[in-house]
Ligand binder design. Structure first.
Ligand code: C2E
Ligand code: CA
Ligand code: CA
Length: 412
């Protein structure tokens, strides 16, 4: 229940209208500020459940107030309003999120008071409590897992197979048929809890053990390929940090291992993840080219984020481009993000690359990316990452018959 609110707006009529409406929905303690300086003073004075901020104050921008809020320990939610273009408003909202201040609404001006109030009511019912709780849990579990992960412990996790491979389905966007899966690492914790990679990858990186981890996951993926009955249309994606894919010797090692495991390189997609830094692009070119010459597909993962940039695409002969969840989610809400998404897809298709959209959660997102020309989709909309047995069942339920699925996906 939101009990207290701070209203920051230069316009007295607006402040009073907001205060009246907030009073009606049960907010009992309210303060108003007519300029940025008094807003910051009020923020420093006490904690507020809700803060409504006009971004365009003359003495201090809303961003300076977001900073003050974050420094003072945040609030339950902030609503921002501005008469600037929506990109500025969205950028301010994303800045607030990055600083750990939850955004309830980012609205244009004149501020529609009734709309803001209905958003606040909606938030009261659901998102706030859930969001805060899940953030807390995520932070706690990350801390718990990372503690004590030294080199020996990490090597033991590999030797004793505590790290396990999950598989997330990928589907052809046009026909809906199963195209394969991405292999994702999980650490099997106590009582069957599966710990996601964000909790242990940094430890592998810090210990200089990304290469053994990659080798281990390659082995799990090749095993899965064999167990599922390797077939020409079945593809399996494996995450490889750019810093690992840094020599022709490493790339040839992958080809040798695939041959020994009896896995067809054409059924394997090496997904180069964005870590590793631009410095590794030179070495990466050699490794990617060697893999392509040996018949593997190579994907540029999370394209457009971090170091996974145009420069990397320019240098190395990738034949698949993966679009990160963040861009997909934003394209559903923001016009400029949709333009960036559309141009990215068009660029990739003009380079004859297969375009994979990951993190598809809703029917609407699926329709959007399909209409924009994405060929392969992956995300909770189809299925969450799952153990091999569950994936085998999933594939059976999808009627994976192995006829031209990959070909249809890439040429659609
Ligand atoms: P990624 O390669 O971008 O993998 C996709 C991530 O998005 C996975 O998170 C997956 O569980 C999640 N995801 C899939 N569909 C949805 C969806 O609809 N909604 C949302 N919100 N999320 C979705 P996960 O498994 O936690 O992996 C995170 C990252 O860790 C991966 O991002 C990849 O960069 C890295 N990673 C995972 N497995 C390995 C591995 O074996 N080796 C290396 N080097 N990195 C790995
Ligand atoms: Ca990936
Ligand atoms: Ca991603």
């Amino acid at each position: 229940m939101l009990k207290s609110a701070l209203i920051v707006d230069q316009d007295e009529l607006q402040r009073c209208a907001l205060a009246r409406m907030l009073g009606k929905i049960g907010v009992s303690e309210m303060a108003m500020a007519h300029d940025g300086a008094s807003a910051v003073a009020a923020i420093r004075q006490r904690q507020w459940d809700l803060v409504i901020v006009d971004l365009d104050m003359t003495d201090r921008t809303g961003l300076q107030m977001i900073d003050a809020l974050a420094d003072a320990g945040g609030c339950c939610g902030i609503a921002i309003a501005s008469s600037h273009p929506s990109r500025i408003l969205q950028a301010a909202a994303s800045y607030a999120r990055n600083r750990g201040v939850p955004i309830i609404a980012a609205l244009g001006k004149p501020l529609e008071t009734a709309r803001l109030i209905s958003l606040i009511e909606l938030l009261e019912r659901s998102a706030l409590a859930d969001g805060a709780a899940s953030l807390r849990i995520a932070a706690e579990s990350r801390g718990a897992v990372l503690a004590g992960l030294n080199r020996e412990r990490l090597l033991r996790a590999l030797a004793q197979r505590e790290i396990t491979a999950f598989f997330q389905p990928q589907h052809c966007a046009m026909t809906g048929e199963l195209r394969g899966a991405e292999t994702l690492a999980r650490w099997a914790g106590d009582e069957g809890a599966m710990v996601p990679p964000a909790a242990f990858l940094p430890a592998f990186e810090a210990a200089g053990l990304l290469e053994p981890l990659t080798g281990y996951m390659l082995a799990r993926a090749f095993e899965a390929q064999r167990e599922l009955g390797s077939r020409p249309d079945w593809v399996i994606g494996i995450n490889v940090p750019a810093v690992v894919a840094s020599s022709i010797r490493w790339a040839q090692g992958v080809a040798d291992r695939a041959e020994r495991a009896g896995v067809e390189p054409g059924c394997v997609v090496i997904e180069i993840t964005e870590d590793g830094g631009a410095r590794s692009n030179g070495a990466l070119v050699g490794a990617i080219t060697q893999l392509r010459l040996r018949g593997f597909s190579c994907s540029i993962d999370d394209f457009g984020t971090g170091d996974s940039s145009l420069d990397r695409l320019l240098c190395a002969p990738f034949d698949e481009l993966k679009i990160d969840r963040d861009l997909i989610a934003r394209a559903g809400r923001q016009g400029h993000a949709q333009s960036i998404l559309a141009c990215t897809i068009e660029m990739a298709r003009s380079l004859d690359m297969t375009v994979v959209a990951e993190g598809i959660e809703t029917h609407e997102e699926h329709e959007m990316v399909r209409a924009l020309g994405v060929q392969v989709t992956q995300g909770y909309f189809h299925g969450r990452p799952m153990p091999l047995d569950a994936f085998r069942q999933y594939a059976l339920s999808q009627g994976l018959s192995g006829h031209g699925i990959l070909r249809m996906c890439t040429s659609a």
